[in-house]
Design a protein around this ligand. Structure first.
Ligand code: COA
Length: 317
């Protein structure tokens, strides 16, 4: 059977930065509380930029870095829960068109903060089955469009951004070794956007409950994935988790017995960017030289739905 590889990674963060000091002027909070409870110092905000334009910028760079021609991409999938258009058209169809990819299959998936791990599993399946050769995957979210900036329990947590990669038929030992995606809709109300008439409402979260479930679920999920893959945590070159809260990241990192040096942390700069969070963190590690072709990386994610998952792969062509 063919194997699939993540051959490129890229990201885009909007220019405007919203700091903890600015939030102190908007709601009753403090830099000290935010940093202590979350590890977040700032987040990037899209302002006038659309979700599609952020996805487009990340997708374009991922395509360039893949070394492929536009006409070699035969599928584009976008993970987002904050699309520009309610129901349709999909972000993926818009981006495929703007990138000039022709009339390829393009569709969106909704898996909140687990979006990028879900994308990897779907793209891997399409490539391994032979249905597609090169799939452009984009995780993008503009949470500023669904955050109530008078709700201190939410507005300090989220930011905007996009991340992308290309999944292709593997041509070496570098490939996606294993993915695991799961959900539990019975806990959906703990993190949701209740409908406000005909409009999408603001995000509501039972932070404390979500926190505890996220730590337990993620820890079990990554340990199980490693065991099933026959890989010891000591073999991992980089752990690149979903960036929601530094305390959640540390809890899983410590459970895996990994050093801080092996754990990529970008939550301080970007906050939680939902489906964009993992590829944005991967891109940071790629651009600063930590993530190289052949690096063995472990990803984990947890988000609304609930959805969660993990992935183990050797990066690059
Ligand atoms: N500034 C100051 N105080 C705040 C605050 C803020 N921005 N937000 C909440 N508080 C207050 C609360 O009102 C509460 O006050 P009280 O004790 O007087 O009632 C107190 O801080 C503690 O609130 P609590 O929600 O229990 O804090 P916490 O330690 O659980 O931290 C989160 C809150 C949101 C940071 C944390 O629960 C979290 O990260 N949850 C998970 C988020 C996540 O992973 N989502 C993943 C899916 S994307």
């Amino acid at each position: 059977m063919k194997k699939a590889a993540l051959v490129s990674i890229a990201a885009y963060a909007p220019q405007k930065i919203l700091t903890n000091a600015e939030l102190e002027k908007m709601v009753e909070t403090s830099d000290e509380w935010i940093v202590k409870r979350t590890g977040i110092h700032s987040r990037h905000i899209a302002e006038d930029e659309s979700l599609t334009s952020m996805a487009l910028k990340a997708g374009k760079l991922a395509l360039e870095r893949s070394g492929l021609e536009k006409n070699e991409i035969d599928c584009l999938i976008c993970a987002t829960v904050t699309p520009d258009f309610f129901c349709m058209p999909s972000t993926a169809a818009q981006v495929a068109s703007e990138l000039g990819l022709g009339s390829i299959m393009a569709f969106d998936i909704s898996a909140a903060c687990s979006g990028f791990v879900y994308l990897l599993e779907v793209a891997k399946s399409l490539v391994e089955s032979g249905a597609k050769k090169n799939v452009l995957i984009i995780g993008a979210d503009k949470f500023s469009s669904i955050v109530d900036y008078s709700d201190r329990s939410i507005c300090v947590l989220f930011g905007d951004g996009a991340g992308a990669g290309v999944v292709s038929v593997a041509s070496s030992d570098n490939h996606i070794i294993a993915t695991h995606c799961a959900s539990d809709g019975s806990k959906g109300e703990l993190l949701m956007t209740p409908k406000d008439g005909r409009n999408v409402g603001f995000v509501k979260m039972s932070g404390n409950e979500v926190f505890k479930i996220a730590v337990n679920t993620l820890t079990n999920d990554v340990v199980e994935l490693l065991e099933k893959s026959g890989i010891a945590s000591s073999q991992i070159d980089l752990f690149i988790p979903h960036q929601a809260n530094l305390r959640i990241i540390k809890a899983v990192q410590e459970r895996l017995g990994l050093s801080e040096a092996k754990c990529v942390v970008t939550v301080g700069e970007y906050g939680n960017t939902s489906a964009a969070s993992i590829p944005m963190a991967m891109n940071t590690a790629y651009e600063d030289g930590r993530l190289k072709a052949g690096s063995l990386i472990l990803l984990d994610a947890f988000g609304g739905g609930f959805t969660w998952g993990s992935a183990l792969l050797r990066f690059g062509r």
